[in-house]
Design a protein around this ligand. Sequence first.
Ligand code: ADP
Ligand code: ASP
Ligand code: MG
Length: 456
Amino acid sequence: MGPEVVMKFGGTSVGTAEAMRQVASLVASEPRWPVVVVSALGGVTNKLLDTARRAVQGEDWEPALHEIIGRHHTMIADLELEPNMLQDLEEEMERWLRGVALLREMSPRVKDALLSLGERMSVRLLAGVLTQQGVVAKARPWASWELGLETDGRHNKADVLSSCLEQIQNKISQLSPGEVPVITGFIGRSIDGEITTLGRGGSDFSAAVFGAAIGVQEIQIWTDVPGFLRADPRVVEDPALIPAMEFDEAAELAYFGAKVLHPRTLEPARKRNIPVRVMGTFHVKPDELASGKANGTLITNSGTPENVRALAIRENVDTLHIHSLRMLEAPGFLARIFNILANFQISVDVLATSEVSVSMTFDNYERPLLEKAIKEIEQFAKVNFHPDRSIICLVGSKLRNDTTLIGRVFSLLGQNEIPLEVISQGASQINLSFVTEAKFGRLAMKVLHDEFFIAE
Ligand code: ADP
Ligand code: ASP
Ligand code: MG
């Protein structure tokens, strides 16, 4: 028999000594054999980025480095762990930063190597706490690659090679019975030995990859909210908890901005039909977990369908409106546009077309590349670029069945004087999304939330 459950703890779950102790008691209370995946201490990845930015800009970066090291040392002291347990990693961090300061630039490769230190440090702390006082019989820190995880080598946004799943399973099967591995989230290594990161928030994806490779009974995502909520709690006050939802719904919401899950988390889980459960580290009591009474949000391949399950908002989005009379009955017109965008590595999120125009949204692209793409498209069409937009997305597995829904949404937005731009009822059947100016995005989410989820 091998491990039966993956427990992933995000940065906020391991941000303080007290939080770390809560995590340790949750791990100890899980009745099944767990594999633990952990993020860097909350805020550390951002702090590493900020320190590197200072080094690039020729500012004084050393105080920022000492802050990161100091934070870990305070935690080590509070937890009564071995004082020098991170020394080699602290030295490595300083070497990378010194190099960045000298060159006054940071390549994607160096960025990944530097950011990897956040997770490489946190696993040692958590494994230390777990081993202390015999919380679990045996726990050991691991870099993901030591347990077989391999990436495609794309810096800053690597994918995990599906060919490594068997290797992971082999390595895990060699653990001694009951041993709890504490594994780095977010980072991996390519076949050539290059450290790569899976994109911001990528620890959720790491957890799902390990869960799928091992074939566990459940992948648990432990975070700072009680589970997947009806709307973004940073926008709507106290949205309700969703007890259960489907993989497709969660994937769509994560893609459109529900930060609680990295968008790729659901892929490996869905492929092997492994339930994903989102739970609150500070909401569940260890004895509830021990007695199987911890709930949170259970994400599976089935569930009670709902017209609207939840809302998501994606901010900092730009749109492009392309208009050409030549588009009318011209085969290959859209293909031509998409080829140009693909050549400049720009991927489209929301798309709407009419006979003579096409509108689309993007984020996370390189601005100079988009400018080049626009120049090429301008040779055969009129192009308007609008920055600072938000996408609002309604998701529900029965959304298409509700014939009054679109009317309800649009009249509500009209009453609140929220202008709409691109509107798309996705090919996925379960989502309705629209674009509005950034200044209206949050208001749109609030009014829709009250309409659909606040009982009259
Ligand atoms: P972690 O460090 O545990 O990975 P994240 O900050 O990445 O935590 O994700 C949790 C956060 O996601 C929450 O604190 C919340 O602000 C945000 N969030 C956005 N949309 C949702 C949603 N629909 N349900 C729950 N949380 C959401
Ligand atoms: N530490 C990484 C980040 O801040 C990964 C994660 O938290 O999932 O993006
Ligand atoms: Mg996260």
